[in-house]
Design a protein around this ligand. Structure first.
Ligand SMILES: CC(C)(COP(=O)(O)OP(=O)(O)OC[C@H]1O[C@@H](n2cnc3c(N)ncnc32)[C@H](O)[C@@H]1OP(=O)(O)O)[C@@H](O)C(=O)NCCC(=O)NCCS
Length: 380
């Protein structure tokens, strides 16, 4: 007798992990013992990455060292830069990132070494390099020369510096750092699962990260932040929210992008933090329109019985779209920013998977016919 199929593997536990706890009923998120609220208030992205890779917070010397090593490792090989310059300028940045990380493996002397030491080195290197690829691609496609990362900057500061070529703006760097902290890790999400499936075959970290990027790209996962912003842009003005909601959601069959979650049946705690940060940033920038549209749409959905019954609340992508748009990032760069952060979680999971590995190989229920007679090709 076969097991009933769990569509989308809902409710299936596939690993034991120290990395994070996602409590969807109460809307709680914990990275290795620390609540996301505590980390958002106090931690830098590098502190969070250290925590995920080492299961403890760094001391001052360890943190300073990690910031410097990430910045040092973030420089791209010349051969990869040459490749980036050869890609079509209209390529999707996530497709570029996926291809570039795959190519990076061939420039990395550790790429086929799956030891814990090599995987820790690769985790640091990939974290730096992915940020540089994102910034370099945005410059290359706009006809500008890519910029080499500076050794004296944090990853968030380096990203802004490598995008603009100017001393990093503190407001923009702080917004990116907050975003990186909040998105770094999130249980057995689809892209993390994909990375674990890939490396559980004995494949390598770069292959796992390529799987993760390809999986993150979809609009049901990391592509949702860009889709949410396209939706806010389509709405255009706060006074259009109700008409748009009626036409597209109540009478149409569209979804509100950035709302709903497989696990959270309460408000995503990251969305609560991002709502506050996006509001503050919008006020200080003098352009509150996009925040007002997002807020009004969220309030409209919150008061609607369809959304209430299904427990659909804003997720992390909803207000992060406003945050990233307010610091003038191109909308198609939002998903790569997600990857810049989540690489910390993916690599932590890969290290964990290798430490206690078994091939991940689920089953299916066959629903096809049986016993068919072979018909020669010319008689079909
Ligand atoms: C995230 C998401 C893919 C979760 O999917 P899931 O767990 O498989 O949930 P389902 O697609 O089965 O949705 C459950 C119900 O809620 C509805 N629903 C889910 N998200 C919705 C949304 N954003 N807007 C409107 N309705 C939505 C579905 O239509 C479905 O209704 P039904 O029971 O009448 O069929 C889904 O909520 C979604 O598409 N959200 C928008 C994209 C997004 O923000 N993704 C980022 C996630 S971090």
């Amino acid at each position: 007798m076969s097991e009933p199929t769990k569509k989308g593997l809902e409710g299936t536990v596939v690993a034991e992990s120290r990395t994070s706890l996602v409590n969807g009923q109460d809307g709680k998120l914990v990275y290795d013992g620390y609540s996301i609220e505590t980390l958002a208030e106090n931690a830098s992205f590098e502190e969070v990455a250290f925590l995920l890779w080492n299961e403890r917070l760094p001391n001052r010397a360890e943190l300073n060292n990690l910031v410097q090593v990430i910045a040092y490792e973030a420089t791209l090989p010349e051969g990869l830069l040459a490749q980036l310059k050869s890609y079509p300028k209209n390529a999707d940045p996530m497709a570029v990132l996926r291809t570039a990380v795959s190519a990076l493996a061939m420039f990395d002397h550790d790429s086929e070494d799956n030891s814990q030491e090599a995987n820790r080195r690769k985790a640091i290197r990939l974290t730096g390099q992915i940020t540089t690829i994102c910034a370099a691609w945005d410059r290359i496609r706009k006809g500008n020369e890519p910029i080499i990362p500076r050794k004296d900057l944090t990853l968030a500061q380096n990203f802004i510096y490598m995008l603009t070529g100017k001393d990093p703006d503190q407001t923009a760097s702080a917004a990116v750092d907050t975003y990186l902290v909040l998105l770094a890790e999130h249980g057995m999400n689809a892209s993390t699962f994909a990375t674990r499936v890939t490396v559980a075959t004995g494949s390598d970290m770069h292959s796992g990260i390529v799987s993760g990027i390809g999986t993150l790209k979809g609009p049901s996962h990391g592509g949702a932040n860009a889709e949410a912003m396209h939706m806010f842009l389509e709405i255009g003005e706060p006074e259009n929210v109700e008409t748009w909601f009626k036409k597209n959601i109540k009478e149409g069959d569209r979804r509100i992008m950035g709302i709903g979650h497989r696990i959270y049946k309460a408000l995503d705690p990251r969305a609560a933090i991002l709502e506050q940060r996006a509001e503050a940033l919008a006020k200080s920038s003098g352009n509150e329109k996009w925040f007002q549209i997002a807020k009004k749409l969220a309030d409209t959905a919150r008061a609607d019985s369809y959304f209430i019954e299904r427990k659909l609340y804003p997720n992390v992508d909803y207000y992060s779209a406003i945050l990233l748009y307010t610091i003038n990032l191109d909308v198609d760069m939002f998903p790569p920013l997600f990857a810049m952060s989540r690489v910390a979680g993916w690599t932590a999971h890969i290290i964990e998977q290798f430490a206690n590995n078994r091939l991940i190989r689920p089953d299916l229920n066959y629903i096809g016919p049986m016993g068919l007679q072979w018909v020669p090709v010319d008689q079909r």
